[in-house]
Design a protein around this ligand. Structure first.
Ligand code: ATP
Length: 223
């Protein structure tokens, strides 16, 4: 029987290896993640979780092996193809949040809305809904640089919510948050997966890990 789309992995790695000189971070790393799944990358500090997220997000190149998104090998993409993929399909929740600090919350979210082609009233409504979900309702006009670390992190989550990427890559997504907001953000990532995204996160937080469908212990691939 032919596999249906729902059964096929959205994200797959084959024999992935990363080494810096003679230091091997991980090797022979095979993972396969279906749409709707949330995966926790675990392992001690320095085991290469962030590096793996960087490779999956086309920000770093693995030493060897393949990464396939929807069956397409990422290393085969042209520079334009890679740019398009980042813009249209990838969502990053990394430690520096990559927000434009000297702009307002609204201006930051507008970049993602524009990329989705959601303008005008429809875009405005999506923004308001996203900000409400992250506990920042009505704060569109505030400057990002004046927000706390945890608030900035939640703006980055709101940006993911309006962008609706197919693949969400999150590095310690609850790192700067208190318990209430950590649960809020974990729940929102879970909801994105339930809506069909593939969510891959590095986390040291046991309760966030427990909300994941699978765990990939990166330190099990040291060779
Ligand atoms: N460009 C580089 N050249 C050499 N070594 C590097 C480079 N980038 C990362 N490393 C090393 O790779 C190792 C893995 O780093 P990484 O940040 O991926 O680990 P991690 O598992 O995410 O750790 P943590 O849990 O502390 O965030 C680190 O020891 C780091 O110093």
């Amino acid at each position: 029987m032919m596999a249906t789309k729902a059964e096929t992995a959205m994200l797959e790695t084959r024999s992935l290896r990363m080494a810096y000189g003679r230091r091997v971070l991980w090797t022979g790393l095979d993972m396969s993640v279906k749409s709707g799944r949330m995966v926790a990358l675990t392992g001690p500090s320095g085991s290469g979780k962030s590096t793996l997220l960087g490779c999956l997000g086309l920000l770093e190149r693995p030493t060897a092996g393949e990464i396939l998104l929807d069956g397409r090998e990422l290393s085969g993409l042209s520079a334009t193809g890679a740019r398009r993929l980042r813009r249209d399909s990838l969502g990053y929740l990394f430690q520096n949040y990559a927000l434009v600090e000297n702009a307002t919350i609204a201006q930051n979210l507008n970049v993602a809305l524009k990329a989705r082609g959601r303008r005008g009233a429809q875009g405005q409504q999506a923004m308001e809904e996203a900000l409400e979900k992250v506990g920042l309702a009505g704060r569109q006009r505030e400057q990002v640089s004046r927000l706390s670390g945890g608030e900035q992190q939640r703006v980055a989550v709101a940006r993911l919510l309006v962008k609706q990427p197919r693949l969400v890559l999150a590095d310690e997504p609850t790192g700067a948050l208190d318990r209430f907001n950590a649960e809020l953000v974990a729940g929102l990532l879970r909801a994105m997966a339930d809506d069909g995204a593939c969510v891959v996160m590095a986390t040291h937080n046991d309760s966030v890990r427990d909300q994941c469908d699978e765990t990939v212990p990166v330190d099990a691939y040291t060779g």
